[in-house]
Design a protein around this ligand. Sequence first.
Ligand code: X6L
Ligand code: MG
Ligand code: MG
Length: 172
Amino acid sequence: MTIENHMSAAPTRCALGLGSNLGDPTANLDDAVRRLEATSGITLVARSSNYRTPPWGPVPQDDFVNICVVIDTTLSPQDLLKRCLEIENKLGRVRDVRWGPRVIDVDVLIYGMETVAEPDLEVPHPRMGERAFVLIPLAEIWPDAPLADGRTAAAALATCPDQDGVVKLPES
Ligand code: X6L
Ligand code: MG
Ligand code: MG
């Protein structure tokens, strides 16, 4: 008789932030989510509503559509980042203007309770606690998401400025 050894790394619950303000933003977001779902080692747990959000940062540009997704993954933080960047490239992202318009942006916001401080990846995302375009969709699907400062997404949202400009879009 054989004894099978079912070894499988426990998946880690993560949050990703996605945004687009070029082409057909909602179609780009749908495409990116489909590609995430189709990734071996990633299971989609929840997807937020679509939100129209005013551009944040120093570059004047069109409004964004932002969402968050919660996933369970067996990928390492670096492999998850690689997959996010691969999806950005597949959708035609061109990195020209820093903080400028983009077809798609896929950011790793939270990776379990882990802290990652590497040149290309900081997790939890160090500035997400001040950004309504991240916190509103995230709190919709994971209010208890753990931020870098120890607060939850819902607690950070309670004191987050500039929420008025963020508008939930009807389901398409
Ligand atoms: C001074 C310097 C003040 C830089 C702010 C803020 C830079 C945000 C970059 C900043 C600064 C960012 C999105 C966006 C961007 C998005 C919306 C960024 C990266 N991405 N606005 N702006 N949604 N609504 O996904 O977040 S550029
Ligand atoms: Mg990014
Ligand atoms: Mg971003």
